[in-house]
Design a protein around this ligand. Sequence first.
Ligand code: AMP
Ligand code: GLY
Length: 418
Amino acid sequence: MTDKVNLLVIGEGGREFAIAKKLKESDHVDHVYCAPGNVGMPTVGVEPVDIAEDDFAGLIKFAKERNVKWTFVGPEDCLVDGIVDEFHAAGLKIFGPDARAAQLEGSKEYALNFMNNYGVPTAKHASYRDQTAILDHVDQFGYPVVIKENGLAGGKGVVIAQNHDEAVQTIKEMFASGQARIVLEECLVGPEYSMFVVISNGHYRILPMAQDHKRAYDNDRGPNTGGMGSYSPLPQLAASDRQRMIDEVVEPTVNGLVKGEYHYHGVLYIGLMLTAEGPKVIEYNVRLGDPETQVVLPQLETDLYQLVDAAIDDRPLPEIKESSKASFGVVLASKGYPQKPVHGQKLGSFPESENVAIDYANVTGTLTDLKGGGGRLLMVLAQADTLQEAHDRVYRYLEKLDQPECFYRHDIGAKAGL
Ligand code: AMP
Ligand code: GLY
């Protein structure tokens, strides 16, 4: 008889693929279910379960039936909608912030108020409900100015307007599309980093650092996307700058969560920019990032199951052990993403290779006859002794593919000198 545990991951994308894969690698874990998961997950021993992310009652029933020890929530929508509160009410353990804390991602205005209250450095900003007021004030931050929809927008609700006319047009379009609140921000300049912090009620551990690439096309051109590629570690980030991020951003944030009585048990993703004045927060997300997770978790040598298990139960968190290797990944996206992604194109199968791993995301069909589900389809990943070697393996694999209805960026890692 085994005393291994069963776990459930909520979500269906590449991030959840990576989380479930990592949990499955733990010696303490038996089954890892993923609801709804995707058709690629069985390649890493993860069992997709046909229950929708927002069917909280169905998920609770499943977790009870399968004796799931705890559930790890991938996407932000269900956190904002209170999945954690409902699981707790049903007497189940779950990893993620409750609906109140999830507002840190669910509302830009809420997050900015939190940062103001607890002394977390961020961009100068102002929030508006009224189109006349915002148009009166739009010039106050100079140009370019950052214009954000207040609510969840999958990383796509941000426009950097270069001049007054562009700003006015953007604001009018956002109000016309039904946005009730719009935030204006000073445009920060500097390299952008993602920091993932596992938080357990005032205690925390920082996961390996990664860098995302948000723009759709090479040389950071084109529209903002969910993220087109990532790598870890970051050779260009000095240890002293990382320490500043911890002292000036992570500490006041975690202390603010305690002072505000948040009882936060989950991951906080801090998107920040290292400006000339020091690190400043661009955004909080209350979950792991996609596609950063796909490179961060392979770099984590600490058992993810043990880390999360301790965090859920408020036990001392294990130390973070980081691999001496390097991880690198490039997203293969549907042509037209993010504005008008092609759907349902025939992808066939992706050849297995010792040199790379494939974290499937938005694919349907079967593993030998895959179809694109729109958006970001999968990520090709490598872990090697050096970033350069990992980079070369991924691009060698991608270059051999014949996928005319897809695209990828060719310059992932350029900022690390690759
Ligand atoms: P968000 O949806 O808040 O993650 O923003 C998406 C992207 O817009 C960020 O990753 C940044 O690259 C950019 N961005 C957001 N806010 C600012 C800002 N205040 N200054 C400069 N760039 C920003
Ligand atoms: N990679 C950006 C995000 O997950 O929001």
